[in-house]
Design a binder for this molecule. Structure first.
Ligand code: ATP
Length: 328
């Protein structure tokens, strides 16, 4: 492959925001300055690329952002970028600034956009896994996942105080859309009675039997973690079904929702984002295009974007086994 001389890199965040995105931007920009490159902020993701919301960054832009949640470049979803006309406008704007490579921080959709753009216009891109869902292959953990798990656990700890004080059964819905990673981590970390994930269907009868056996074992507070969008239904739907089997239970439902997205990134996410931000710029300089940078067993790995986004990341059977032993 022909190695392009890269002088100007555009950085953008796209899709749902995730804690650690700022740390990743800052690391990429700092690395770019270290190597004498010009760095550009593309605001509001692909939408800003189409609307030419692009500004040259200096070191002031990235001061005191490492520790902040969200993304100072802002994020957006752009339907126009899904069209050929939209991507043409985006390309013309990049060219007008002389930007010759991209660092795209986002989830599977954002990285798919970067891949398409590379195919159509040859703009080299390195993707960084920026999503709380942890649903990208090619990295053990995505940027933001650890923080989201910690936030969920902190919230569930508080809910447990009430569950214990009133002998209540709580159904707590956590984020994760089509992936149960947050549910499993938060569930094990908060001693959940049961964890319902999209990857597995749990019949309501199985859940009811488990809750009955816990009652026999005199476990008076019970927390069931439900990943949103799961095959078994929403937390409210499952709670309603369980209530029919266990009418004597005082059942409550809490949806953690967007509070899981924000907040200062954990040390783990800061470190991950910092390493991957540097890796993105170094990867581009070494001609690693159309790839996602990730850490597997703490080693830097570049995975073709098409492989990272296929959605085949499996939940860890060992985690499920441990969760089952600890909740019995
Ligand atoms: P999250 O995991 O938080 O949902 P995401 O990156 O998967 O993040 P999406 O909404 O799927 O979020 O994608 C973000 C943006 O990426 C879209 O609004 C769109 O602009 C672009 N994008 C996604 N898929 C494609 C595609 N197939 N072709 C072109 N652009 C795409």
């Amino acid at each position: 492959m022909e190695l392009k001389s890269i002088k100007k890199i555009g950085v953008l965040t796209s899709g749902g925001d995730a804690p650690g995105m700022n740390a990743a931007i800052r690391a990429a920009v700092r690395a770019g300055f270290y190597y004498g490159l010009e760095m550009y902020g593309i605001y509001r993701g692909y939408e800003g690329m189409i609307q030419n919301d692009i500004k040259k960054l200096d070191s002031k832009n990235i001061t005191h952002v490492l520790e902040r949640g969200g993304t100072f470049l802002k994020s957006a979803r752009s339907d126009e970028f899904r069209t050929k006309e939209g991507r043409k406008k985006a390309y013309d704007n990049l060219k007008s600034h002389g930007i010759d490579a991209l660092v795209v921080i986002g989830g599977d959709g954002s990285l798919t956009g970067a891949h398409l753009f590379y195919q159509e216009y040859g703009i080299p891109a390195v993707g960084l896994p920026g999503t709380i869902d942890n649903d990208l292959s090619g990295t053990d953990s995505t940027i933001g996942f650890d923080t989201a798990c910690n936030t969920a656990i902190e919230a569930i700890d508080k809910i447990r105080d009430t569950a214990t004080s009133h002998d209540r059964l709580f159904f707590v819905e956590v984020m994760g859309r089509d992936a149960g990673f947050i549910a499993i981590n938060a569930g094990i970390g908060s001693a959940a009675a049961s964890i319902l994930i999209p990857e597995r269907k749990t019949p309501v009868e199985t859940l009811v039997e488990k809750l009955k056996s816990r009652t026999k074992a005199r476990k008076t507070s019970n927390i069931v973690i439900v990943a949103e969008g799961g095959k078994s239904g929403s937390a409210q739907e499952i709670a309603d079904k369980v209530k029919k089997h266990l009418p004597y239970y005082d059942i409550k439902v809490t949806i953690l929702g967007h509070l899981q997205r924000g907040g200062a990134p954990t040390s783990f996410d800061r470190l991950l984002a910092s390493k991957l931000g540097v890796a993105a710029v170094e990867g581009l300089m070494q001609g690693k295009y159309d790839v996602m940078a990730g850490l597997i067993n703490n080693k830097l790995v570049y995975t073709p974007i098409v492989k990272a986004v296929v959605g085949d990341k499996e939940v860890d059977e060992e985690d499920l086994r441990v969760a089952n032993i600890l909740s019995t």
